[in-house]
Structure formats: structure tokens, C-alpha cells
Design a binder for this molecule. Sequence first.
Ligand code: PGA
Length: 250
Amino acid sequence: MTNKYKYFIANWKMFGNIKSTKSINKVIKLKKFKKFNKAKIIYCPPYTLLEGFVKKLKKSKIDVGAQNCHHHNLNGPFTGSISSSMVKDIGCKYVILGHSENRSGGETNKIINKKIHVSLSNKLNVIFCIGENINDKKKNDTKRILTNQILQGLKNIKNIKNIIFAYEPVWSIGTGIIPVNSELIKNILFVKKLLKIKFNSKNTKILYGGSVNPKNISELSKINEIDGFLIGGASQNVNKFIDIIKKTYN
Ligand code: PGA
């Protein structure tokens, strides 16, 4: 339970079709209740649904983001890719970058850094994902990995006010396993401290992502240091997504 301002970012990944756009009606309705004033909801559907979501959510207080973009600034001969200016042009306010599912496909910190630069220059807010994998965790290497991801990903970026961080331990994504509260708090505080030292940031938002669901949300929402959640699987089911928001404020 909380009365804090929290983010609920729905990462639909490669799921959803035109028909599933209808499911967000329930969330639009929910957002009208005063009780959920402090719930900042952002939908990140696949590219094919972005335009439909932007139109549908226009009069609501819910924003839309893309799940990725190309690292080149403007248009170019990059078959199958979408630029950050296109994401902006269609009416999105956010873009998720550095997700582990893209890192594991070969996206390096250097490429992520370029993506962050072009996205910020196109006036998008960046949802920057970081997190250690299971081997890093076993080797007690989490802090070093997080430091590298942050410092290399944010190279030559002076101002991080338009960046939201999503701490997503790779071993928690889609597995149903979440870190124990003490471990989560320790890593979130480590990131906050690093950002404060390196970027002089004060109010940087840090979300947690990885198997957030209606069963574990009551426990997770007790953690004051977490500014919200990046939700994959559970966000694709509108009732589960609503349950997560309700349980956070109940
Ligand atoms: P999950 O995904 O909630 O299905 O674990 C989270 C994410 O990948 O952002």
C-alpha cells in the first residue's frame, strides 16, 4: 500500500493485435477515479498498435511509448527499423531502451548510448532498462554490471531528468522469481547513489521490473525506494494489470 506517485508501464512485448486494443477501455475508466490520481500509466504496445493506442488514449491521462527504436537520428536505409523521430511523430512520449531481451540479441551499451542520445534529442522520455543476469548475480558482480550499463549507456549525457530507470534483474524476467526485498532495496539504493554522484540527480525515478504480478505486488509496493513497475506478462491481461494498480493503492 502506498499513497506515492508510481509508474505502471505496460510492456506488451511481441503480443497484441487490433482486437486487444479494446481491453484498454477498462484502464481508461480506472484512471478517471481520484484514488488512482498518482498512478502514472504508460502503455508500450508493439509498433503496429502505437497509432491506435495514441488515438484511443488521447483524452485520457495515460501515455504511450515504443518498445525500442533505431540508433540513427533521422531516416535511413535500415529495413525493418523505426527511428526515434518516427516514434515521436506518431505521438509517443516514451521509449523503452536497453531491455535485456534486446541486449541478449546483441545490443551493446554503446548502441544503447546512441539510442538514448537520439531519443532525448527527439524529445522522448527514455525508460532505460538495466539489470544483471544470473551468472553476474552468482559471481557477486551485480554492482559492477549495473555501473557499466549506466556509465556506458549514459556516456556524454549531461542531464538525466528525462530518463526513468528500470532495474530488471534478467533472472526475474518472465520467470515468476523476484528478488527478496532486502536485495532489491540494496540494488535500487546503489543505483540511486551512483546517479547522484555521477549526474547530481535528485529525483530520478527507478522502477522495478521482472515478474510483477497481482500476487507479489502487495509486497513489492511496500518498498518505498521503488517508484513504480515495468510490467511484461501481467500487463497483457487487463484484469491482472488493473489488479496490480488497485493493490498498490489499496
Ligand atoms: P515480465 O517482463 O513482467 O513478464 O517478467 C518484464 C519486462 O520484461 O519488462
